[in-house]
Design a protein around this ligand. Structure first.
Ligand SMILES: NC(=O)c1ccc[n+]([C@@H]2O[C@H](COP(=O)([O-])OP(=O)(O)OC[C@H]3O[C@@H](n4cnc5c(N)ncnc54)[C@H](O)[C@@H]3O)[C@@H](O)[C@H]2O)c1
Ligand SMILES: [Zn+2]
Length: 361
């Protein structure tokens, strides 16, 4: 079986990301070997626990368990409060390691609870969605939503260890799996031509969960995110390239009240918009733009955008966090595997690209 290890060094910490099928079943030995905490507490959700609970319980027998709901609508301070209550009940102290088992919502909430409880407990991530394995479990961002907006409450809290087990994805609903794949496409387009080509060549292997295909794709994605995070822990420079597809994507999520699209699906549309902007500027060839559209279609279907208004989407981009001093930092593709941040994309350009992608003019 394959085993990949990426060592992430940031200003604040060094930690390994280990990617190996079956890893979650060997968690105790892995954590013991890494010298991580004799005292542990698990945080997960009832849904995740239904699928992964047996494996994790067998791997970490006798470890206290805190179950809280997941899904975007549970990602708020009240749920974090329930994690704090659980930490009290299990008599967690400064040496207790929080082991988060779940998707991005559990990882972000448990990570935030760990970051703030007693001014910081160590956290281990065991991501169980593709999105969490390739994205949210790497980089140290943790937090929750506020009624006024997504992820407004948060912190940077680097994990001590990230255990990525691709076998855990076998129970993931198809749609969740695809939503994560679009973020992998993002890594390909923005950073890595070979990854993009691998995705093009192995669509059926990916959906068969062929581990010889899937595990290296996950490892490559983690490596890219880790590299970018290492260069730029606090999102001042290169980390912005991770936002490829996210300007229009976030707008689509916002104007549909976060109900129509899984995040990755909105990003898929957002990447198509960004490819149009890039092509219109002559930064990307029309062949490359079409290749991206073909790949996204092959991984599809996506919820529709034809009934959405380009002007309303445009207004939503003005409220985006990527607007700094009134200027939108927009990520364009300069090839299938390279990207750049530009500060001069006009609203007219964006509107034209939104309409070309299929929104109403
Ligand atoms: N911290 C970061 O850097 C970062 C980066 C990207 C996204 N995020 C956050 O991640 C969140 C989205 O994460 P997500 O897409 O994983 O959503 P999620 O955590 O809500 O999981 C999606 C669904 O899949 C279920 N599930 C999880 N694992 C499963 C499994 N193995 N088998 C069957 N079902 C399973 C969950 O119960 C849930 O219903 C968002 O809140 C987003 O803000 C954070
Ligand atoms: Zn994203």
């Amino acid at each position: 079986v394959s085993r990949d290890r990426i060592d992430v060094t940031t200003d604040s910490a060094t930690y390994p990301i280990v990617i190996a099928p079956g890893l979650s079943a060997r968690l105790a030995a892995e954590l013991d070997d890494a010298g991580i905490g004799a005292r542990r507490v698990l945080v997960s959700s009832p849904t995740v626990w239904r699928f992964a609970g047996n494996t994790i319980t067998a791997a970490l027998p006798g470890t206290p368990l805190i179950l809280v709901p997941d899904g975007e609508c549970a990602k708020h301070t009240k749920t974090v409060g329930r994690i704090y209550d659980g930490l009290i009940d299990t008599q967690a102290d400064r040496s207790t390691v929080v082991v988060a088992v779940g998707g991005g919502v559990i990882g972000d909430m448990a990570g935030f609870a760990a970051a703030t409880w007693l001014r910081g407990l160590p956290v281990v991530h065991v991501p169980t969605t593709l999105l969490a394995q390739v994205d949210s479990a790497v980089g140290g961002k943790v937090g929750v939503n506020h009624p006024a907006g997504k992820n407004l409450i948060g912190a940077f809290h680097q994990p001590r260890y990230v255990a990525v087990d691709p076998l855990l994805l076998q129970t993931l609903p198809r749609r969740e799996f695809r939503a994560g794949l679009y973020e992998v496409v993002k890594y390909g387009v923005a950073f890595d031509a070979a990854l993009f080509a691998t995705l093009q060549q192995h669509v059926s292997g990916i959906f068969r969960h062929d581990l010889d295909v899937l595990a290296p794709i996950i490892a490559t994605s983690c490596r890219i995110k880790a590299r970018v995070v290492m260069e730029d822990e606090r999102e001042r420079g290169p980390r912005r390239l991770l936002n490829f597809g996210h300007t229009a994507g976030h707008a689509l999520e916002a104007i549909t009240n976060y109900r129509r699209f899984r995040h990755g699906e909105a990003i898929a549309w957002g990447m198509l918009v960004a490819a149009e902007v890039s092509a219109a500027r002559g930064a990307l060839t029309s062949e490359a733009r079409d290749a991206l559209a073909t790949l996204i279609r092959a991984l599809g279907p996506l919820p529709p955008v034809a009934d959405l208004d380009a002007t309303i989407a445009l207004e939503a981009t003005r409220r985006d966090k990527k607007v700094v001093d009134g200027r939108l930092h927009y990520v364009i593709a300069t090839g299938l595997g390279s990207s750049a941040v530009v500060g001069d994309v006009t609203e007219d350009e964006l509107r034209a690209a939104l309409i070309k992608t299929g929104l109403r003019g």
